[in-house]
Design a binder for this molecule. Sequence first.
Ligand SMILES: [Mg+2]
Length: 342
Amino acid sequence: MTPLDKVGEFGLIGRIQQTVELKQPSTILGIGDDAAILAPAAGQELVISTDLLTEGVHFDLTFCPLKHLGYKAVAVNVSDIAAMNALPTQIVVAVSIPPRFTVEAVEELFEGVKLACEAYNVDLVGGDTTGSRAGLTISVTALGQVAAGQAVRRSGAGPNDLLCVTGDLGGAYLGLQVLEREKQVWQADPESQPELGNYPYVLQRQLRPEARMDVIHELRELGVVPTSMIDVSDGLASEVLHLCQASGTGARIFTENLPIANPTLEVANEFNLDPIMCMLNGGEDYELLFTVPLADHAKLKNHPDITIIGHMVDKSEGANLITKSGQPVPLKAQGFSHFDHG
Ligand SMILES: [Mg+2]
């Protein structure tokens, strides 16, 4: 194990830089100068998004492997680029590192960053490293490109548009419940072995989420252009309300249509948590929520990874969850906030 002060900031950047591969045609110059140089293709617009993850607020290193953390930090940013209907191209990464970290630990973190770069075909083109007197902080800024005028905003939905979500919901939140329970057990008895092996699905949803770039590509192939889109980072209810607010509509979503995976349902039952609430208010699923014109129904209705959960309505109707008995329940954004949990 190598203490950080042995290699210093420049040594560390040098070690990271050595292993970085550049693949995007728009990357002219990557790490190593005062700034990177990029040349977006003609007719493309740039989209940019940034996220800051702080130890003790967004992640807990007790059970979060550094490699997963690096991967997740990139994936959540790529998810925001996807939610604009853009393709990610470059990232920059800034970390502040507490003295307790070794060079090997930082390299493990960047191993995760690089794995995500490969998975999403983005270039790591710059960043910064500094010391930290508190916890670990990692900030990722992602750049992407989209043909001029083709970006999808939150504001384009109209009444009768179908409301769709990718994948399934609630898993990341239940993964967090498992991790927090095991941490408490471990704190009470440091000799105990955490029981994590029984929960692979929800733990993966929490620790190593994926951005749904696959769906962005599929929608393009199907010739479907969403009228509005957002990624599900804070819980479905809050994201539906964001779309409604930006688009000036109401929405109706149906309890029976909400997608949940079997392993997620099993963990919800084990924890005595209402699976519907986990889907509506649990955060960090990083699925895409989008609206499409009613005319696209046939193109999406049999898609294995897209669920039509409801539709937009006139603003005057508000945003409601329709229960099995047909009862409307107003949606509330009571979701998941890192400030509450921190
Ligand atoms: Mg977002």
